[in-house]
Design a protein around this ligand. Structure first.
Ligand code: B12
Ligand code: SF4
Length: 474
């Protein structure tokens, strides 16, 4: 499902509100920039499932960001991946398909965390990581013996899963189709994150040889950049070293997500650089140590961050630095700290996020218990993933009426065209991507400021943010 703001695709960029030649020309250009800059990649979950072989069963992927579902064809079953931020439209789609007589199977992050809320909305539920159990579902479909629910008891052993294929994918829609995951699970416990909730704390690995063969296969169909979707590609340093050393001969360019700790492991950094790593997203979150601690993030001591980021960039790898402003011990002073840190480290692409309390995470429950959520805790639809980034909760130490202006002023300064150009000139590599991303953010943070200003006005109308806001009020 595309996000409202257009981050997932240009289709919803306010087409109907605009008219006139110049406007449509501007929209056209903007849409193209956004379409390229959104770096749209295919859903790995559906690539994995559609790679499971069950004789005489054929599988197709329909990515609703780009295609409409061909409901005129006699599908035996339609599977939908339910994402936590888009539950309502997903259930509506499911209802529509069921009314037309299709059998709908629901799976994905939201089903895994809240199966009881999904039960009524599908004919079949798959709870958990479906890599191995999907074969049973397909076999049961074939034999007419589908069960109401399939529950994955233990997170699957990834060394047993099949190699991912691209047969069911429409390659031309995407920025790249080379998406690979090598490990799953995270040993850490950050309370705003749902990875350890869904995938557990134990890191599970795929076989190095399987990943290497997958890269080789993928390259046959698509020579573009690789996205390694692991949450922490350096979580198991020995495994990462073995794997990426083997990938050096393929001469690929790749991007991924890592902890800044990588900057302290020169050997692994060297292997990453030599295997074609062009950029890494690192989660910096807050520059106030006590804020990170309040959210159970202990593994990235603030005093080591700057040095680590500098080492990564010196190795020729761009850094996307992801911050969250508004964690529990943050004060408005954080805005100046973030700007100084950006200058000091030369981060190539900054992402300055607001905390999105995701239902099912520790922080969501805690904020709800403390009465700090701005929506009813049971109304999960209000906690949607919009890029517009309206506030969903009350920061602990900063009143909303101070927080919103401080955030919008910060993003206005950080995401200027001048800064975008400056970052591009200094980027160690992938300059056109750095430029595109930064320009994209100039646009998107501008949208976000508009949403937040509207929300601020509403809050003022309701008495300085004293009451809960409803979804329609942003
Ligand atoms: C890649 C990624 C992205 C990409 C998405 C690209 C794409 N097209 O997939 C980008 C960068 C765009 C992105 C954006 C965001 N993301 Co993101 N992202 C990820 C990441 C790192 C990997 C996703 C992935 O491919 N996982 C691997 C697959 C195999 O796992 P899976 O999807 O869970 O699928 C398995 C099961 O769920 C199940 N399953 C899934 N679908 C189906 C369907 C059926 C029918 C069945 C039977 C089973 C089934 O079987 C699969 C195989 O085991 C995850 C973290 C993670 N570890 O998953 C975060 C994650 C999904 N993202 C998250 C968030 C919050 C966001 C953003 C809101 C961030 C932001 N503030 O903007 C946006 C949302 C954008 C949007 N509009 O939805 C959260 C979602 C939380 C939740 N509970 O839903 C995650 C889990 C990260 C986190 N730290 O909590 N993201
Ligand atoms: S934010 Fe990153 S390090 Fe923290 S639990 Fe989630 S995946 Fe692990």
């Amino acid at each position: 499902m595309p996000a409202d703001s257009g981050v997932d695709g240009p289709s919803l960029l306010g087409e109907s509100e605009r008219s006139g030649f110049l406007r449509s020309l501007k929209d056209g250009v903007l849409k193209n920039v956004i379409k390229r800059a959104q770096f749209a990649i295919p859903p790995l979950s559906l690539m994995i499932l559609s790679s499971v072989d069950e004789p005489s069963v054929e599988q197709h992927i329909c990515d609703l960001r780009f295609e409409t579902l061909p409901v005129d064809r006699p599908w035996d079953m339609i599977g939908i991946s339910v994402q936590t931020g888009a539950v309502k439209p997903t259930f509506e789609l499911s209802a529509l398909l069921r009314a037309k007589g299709f059998k709908v199977v629901l799976g994905g992050p939201y089903v895994t965390v809240f199966p009881e809320r999904c039960r009524a909305h599908g004919d079949v539920l798959v709870v958990g990581e479906a890599d191995l159990i999907w074969k049973d579902v397909l076999a049961d479909l074939k034999h007419g013996s589908l069960q109401r629910e399939y529950r994955v008891k233990e997170p699957p052993d990834l060394s047993l899963s099949s190699r991912v294929k691209k047969n069911a994918l429409e390659l031309r829609h995407y920025f790249t189709t080379n998406v690979v995951q090598t490990t799953r699970g995270c040993p850490y416990n950050c309370d705003f994150c749902s990875v350890h909730v869904m995938n557990g704390h134990k890191i599970r690995h795929r076989n190095v040889s399987d990943v290497v063969r997958e890269v080789e296969d993928f390259l046959e169909k698509d020579q573009r950049i690789f996205f390694f979707l692991d949450d922490t590609v350096n979580a198991d340093e020995e495994y990462a070293k073995r794997l990426f050393r083997e990938l050096i001969p393929f001469n690929i360019t790749w991007v991924g997500q890592a902890t800044t700790k990588l900057g302290e492991n020169k050997r692994l950094l060297d292997v990453f650089a030599r295997s074609g790593c062009g950029a890494l997203l690192v989660g910096i979150e807050s520059l106030a140590e006590e804020s990170n601690k309040a959210h159970h993030k202990f593994h990235n001591p603030v005093e080591r961050q700057a040095e680590c980021i500098r080492s990564i960039r010196e190795a020729g790898i761009c850094v996307y630095g992801s911050f969250i402003y508004g964690l529990d011990e943050d004060t408005v002073k954080q805005t100046a700290a973030i700007e100084a840190f950006l200058d000091d480290t030369g981060i190539d692409v900054p992402g300055i996020n607001l905390l999105r309390p995701i239902p099912g995470t520790g922080v969501f429950d805690r904020l709800a218990d403390e009465g700090r959520l701005l929506h009813d805790r049971n109304d999960h639809d209000s906690f949607r993933f919009s890029w517009g980034q309206e506030m969903l909760y009350r920061p602990k130490k900063i009143p909303l009426e101070d927080f919103i202006p401080s955030y919008t002023a910060l993003t206005k300064r950080v995401f200027s065209i001048r800064n975008a150009l400056r970052r591009t000139v200094h980027a160690p590599t992938l300059r056109s991507a750095v430029l595109m991303f930064n320009l994209f953010y100039v646009h998107m943070y501008n949208l976000s400021r508009k949403d937040l200003t509207r929300q601020m006005e509403k809050l003022e109308e309701t008495g300085g943010g004293g009451k809960q806001v409803t979804r329609g009020s942003q």
